[in-house]
Design a protein around this ligand. Structure first.
Ligand code: G3I
Length: 369
């Protein structure tokens, strides 16, 4: 029911009574996105309605990852990803493509082949090139931003290579640091109009240091100097209330990337906390009910205050479909909707932040490319 209005607003149509996140974001030229679970799209009506009504950008949580799109070598399965792209087109949403080169969720045939020596490093490079070309070509003209390379930098508590990369990263280890520039070049060849992003976590000081930020900043600055087609930085934005959050450093770091001539996007926002159990996900500490929306709001505001920030994406719709309980034992409550798909305080807080900034300086939504 909201779709035509939302499309109009996302295109700058201006419907001030529409208080959906997407409509409010559009007034500031900011796309508000969510990661989408392919299994629930269409089958879960309430879920599907929220995705359509509230968001102007979608990311496939898993459906565009390599293991999903090429389960056997040379045999592609685009169905789930194609369905999401179609849904996005029908609902006036931009698509964030996630992700082309990552150490995780690579197909079994590839990791097995590398482990048993039947795939040499030279062949691995060709296979990666083929994968990037196939996937970007398949979605040519339909993906707004690609997370081209994901999570290749060392964490601040690890010993990096001299260039800041994680020496144990699967791709860096087998193909060397130079593969990063190449993957951006291959993606650009396949779709010259898509925005090409480097995507990672803790790259705006969330872990209490700016070590990882500095490594990414220096590396990407150098890529730009060499003319590598990289358009932006995806800051994932996975927070945990137990650690606190330095919003000033976060904003300054986002701005520093922006000042390199890059766009920035918040790509996987969630704020987790300790919960009684993973079914209900009620915070154990009463104060977490304030900290969770507060930190979510700080994440959004940093993006709103940096004019190069083009989208703000939550990593999932509701607490019942979040990756958090499965990964961080005892934690949850990370998203904007609760386990029953009801909007939480974090939702109304973001709504308020967007209302306050309406008419701000970002420019028309989706005009980033
Ligand atoms: O597809 C299989 C299915 O066949 C099988 O029956 C089922 C049984 O567990 O597992 C399914 O795979 C799961 C997959 O999600 C799809 O549902 C994997 O076990 C599970 O590990 C995987 O988790 C995803 C995780 O990335 C993998 O690393 C999460 O949903 C997804 O939210 C998460 O997202 C990542 C971003 O891509 C990158 N940044 C960090 C973020 C959080 O980890």
């Amino acid at each position: 029911m909201l779709v035509p209005a939302a499309v109009a607003v996302a295109n700058g149509g201006g419907r001030s009574h529409d208080t959906s996140l997407r409509a409010l974001g559009a007034q500031q030229g900011l796309r508000i996105g969510t990661a989408v679970d392919a299994a629930q799209l269409g089958s879960n009506k309430a879920y599907t309605g929220i995705v359509a009504d509230q968001f102007s950008a979608v990311t496939a949580e898993n459906a565009m990852k390599w293991d999903a799109v090429e389960p056997s070598q040379g045999v592609h399965n685009w169905k789930a990803a194609d369905d999401l792209v179609k849904f996005a087109q029908q609902n006036g949403q931009a698509v964030r493509g996630h992700t082309l080169m990552w150490h995780n969720q690579t197909p079994g045939w590839l990791t097995t082949g590398v482990a048993n020596g039947s795939i040499t490093d030279a062949q691995l490079r060709d296979i990666l090139h083929q994968h990037v070309t196939d996937e970007v070509t398949h979605f040519k003209g339909k993906v707004w931003q690609w997370d081209v390379v994901n999570e290749v930098f060392a964490n601040s508590w690890e010993t990096p290579q001299a260039d800041g990369l994680n020496r144990d990263d699967f791709w860096v280890k087998h193909l060397g640091s130079g593969v990063i520039a190449d993957v951006f070049r291959w993606a650009h060849q396949a779709d010259p109009k898509a925005l090409l992003m480097y995507n990672d976590y803790n790259i705006t000081g969330e872990d209490g240091t700016n070590v990882k930020f500095q490594a990414v900043y220096d590396f990407v600055k150098n890529l730009r100097k060499q003319g590598v087609p990289i358009d932006g930085i995806g800051e994932q934005g996975h927070l945990d209330t137990q650690y606190g959050f330095d919003a000033q450093r976060y904003q300054a770091d986002l701005q520093a990337y922006g000042d390199l001539g890059l766009k920035v996007a918040i790509t996987e926002a969630d704020v987790r906390t300790f919960v009684g159990n993973s079914t209900d996900q009620v915070p154990t500490d009463a104060l977490a009910q304030f900290a969770q929306p507060y930190e979510f709001s700080e994440l959004l505001k940093g993006c709103q205050l940096v004019s190069q920030c083009i989208s703000f994406t939550a990593w999932g719709v509701y607490d019942g479909d979040s990756w958090i309980p499965g990964t961080f034992s005892g934690e949850g409550y990370g998203l904007l909707y609760d386990v029953n798909l009801q909007p939480k305080v974090a939702y109304s807080t973001l709504q308020q932040d967007l209302k306050l900034a309406a008419g701000g300086h970002h420019g028309p939504a989706g005009s980033g490319n």
